[in-house]
Design a protein around this ligand. Structure first.
Ligand code: TRP
Length: 460
């Protein structure tokens, strides 16, 4: 039953990459990356994001793999086993809190993709012009019942998969479905870039204007690097614990990162040319993908079919990510707290779904309830949906990543780390010293600099 207890692990190299990439590639790449790129002015933001991925994301991902494969337990348990009697396991706790917040709003957005799939099947977007598509989204997310209904369906699917222990079955399908999503994104990007007026969108993506870079932009870039790569929360520690002792952790981390980043950039190429062609505001926020893409499909031969496939595949991509989030929490309550796995899954899913419902309502009925939030050196007010998103991605995940890299860089013995990344000395692991210093200095200092910059304490 509990694959976590059996620790059976991945059979093949491709299985490891498919699972880790399945977790990483999701709404983060196709929904969140474009909209925060739009909010933060385009190309310059993307460059900072790529810098965060390379200098901080890769070392933290490899660190998570090392902790998991050496610890052979869930996130908190691996810390406990590698550093008994120390408070390092608290990093695992923080991850649990982050998982609750992330899955709560993730389920809401995934519900939107399910609703859009059914809208597309019925050909409902065909008769809408770009303005009508935008209005439709606005009124849909602000209704009470419909978004919550689809969120509930999505959360039930997520829990069902985790309960049935058919995660591996899902990965089998996602090996076919994810390349399909990739192919569709390529087609979409081509169609989008050939729309009249698309040039402004391509410029937006490729011509950096560094005067637009704010402290908020830099923190958004860092937070999104963690969010998109599924880092800072224990997901990759848990997956690391399943990786076969013969696999090369370093190349796995790099391949997963390249796949994830490639999909995000492709999503940008599919969306921004269309944003400009259809006069959508690039900073339109979380609805960007939903108000732009239906109009692109309307300009395509066989539009409703492509639209249906796209939103359905996006829902599948979201599902392979959401199960990896729920797993972290369920593994914690069953392995550390001795709770029955089935009971843990049901209770946790209900709690997260209720939090998510409140997030969904905060886009409509309760939109005037605001929370104080500290950003770019000042207090701002944000709704509940944004609060969950910003607090988890921009604070909890980077702080988790900070402790994870410090743990591998300074707390673990360098010889042990080398043993793990070189598979007991059988790989040359020539990058070892680069990695160890990235974990010791580059990643932690990078994270701290971004925080100081955001707080307005340092200027560029
Ligand atoms: N990376 C996923 C996405 O981009 C979301 C996700 C899955 C995640 N597991 C995570 C985010 C762990 C943070 C931490 O859609």
């Amino acid at each position: 039953m509990a694959d976590v207890q059996k620790r059976d692990g991945f059979a093949t190299k491709f299985g490891v990459i498919a699972a880790a990439a399945g977790s990483a590639i999701g709404l983060g790449n196709i929904w969140k990356f474009p909209y925060i790129t739009g909010e933060n002015g385009g190309a310059a933001f993307i460059l900072v994001y790529l810098g965060c991925i390379a200098l901080i994301g890769v070392p933290v991902m490899l660190s998570e793999f090392v902790i998991g494969r050496r610890g052979q337990k869930d996130a908190a348990g691996s810390f406990r086993r590698l550093a008994p009697g120390t408070p390092w396991f608290l990093t695992g706790w923080m991850g649990i809190a982050a998982a609750f917040m992330i899955l709560a709003f993730y389920g809401v957005v995934a519900g939107w993709t399910l609703h859009y799939t059914f809208m597309a099947i019925g050909g409902n977007f065909e008769s809408m012009d770009p303005a009508a598509v935008g209005n439709y989204f606005g009124s849909f997310i602000s209704t009470d019942f419909l978004p919550i209904f689809w969120q509930g369906i999505f959360m039930t699917l997520t829990a069902g998969i985790v309960l049935a222990g058919v995660k591996n079955g899902i990965e089998k399908y996602s090996k076919i479905l994810m390349p399909l999503l990739l192919g569709l994104l390529v087609i979409l990007a081509i169609r989008s870039m050939t729309l009249p007026g698309a040039g402004a969108g391509i410029d937006f993506l490729l011509k950096p204007d560094f005067s637009k870079l704010t402290g908020k932009a830099v923190l958004d870039a860092l937070g999104h690097a963690f969010f998109s790569l599924s880092l800072g929360m224990g997901t990759m520690i848990t997956y690391g614990s399943y990786i076969n002792k013969k696999e090369n952790l370093g190349t796995t981390a790099i391949q997963v990162t390249l796949a994830d980043t490639g999909i995000a950039l492709l999503a940008g190429l599919a969306i921004f040319p269309a944003v400009f062609a259809f006069n959508v505001t690039p900073s339109a926020g979380p609805g960007l993908v939903f108000v732009t893409l239906p109009s692109v499909f309307n300009q395509m031969f066989g539009g409703p079919i492509f639209a249906t496939m796209f939103f359905a595949l996006l829902a599948v991509a979201a599902l392979t990510s959401s199960i990896s989030i729920l797993e972290v929490v369920v593994a914690y309550f069953s392995e550390e707290k001795g709770m029955d796995r089935k009971k843990a899954t049901i209770i946790v899913t209900i709690l997260i779904t209720v939090i998510g419902m409140l997030a969904s309502l905060s886009m409509g009925r309760t939109s005037d309830i605001m929370f104080p939030f500290f950003s770019s050196g000042e207090w701002i007010r944000v709704g509940f949906f944004d609060l969950l998103d910003k607090f988890s991605a921009n604070f909890l995940l980077p702080i988790g990543g900070l402790f994870i890299s410090l743990f591998v860089g300074w707390k673990m013995k360098a010889a042990d780390v080398r043993d793990e990344v070189s598979n007991g000395g059988t790989l040359r692991a020539m990058f070892f010293w680069v990695f160890i210093w990235a974990a010791r200095i580059i990643a932690p200092v990078g994270i701290i600099i971004v925080f100081l910059y955001n707080l307005g304490i340092i200027q560029p």
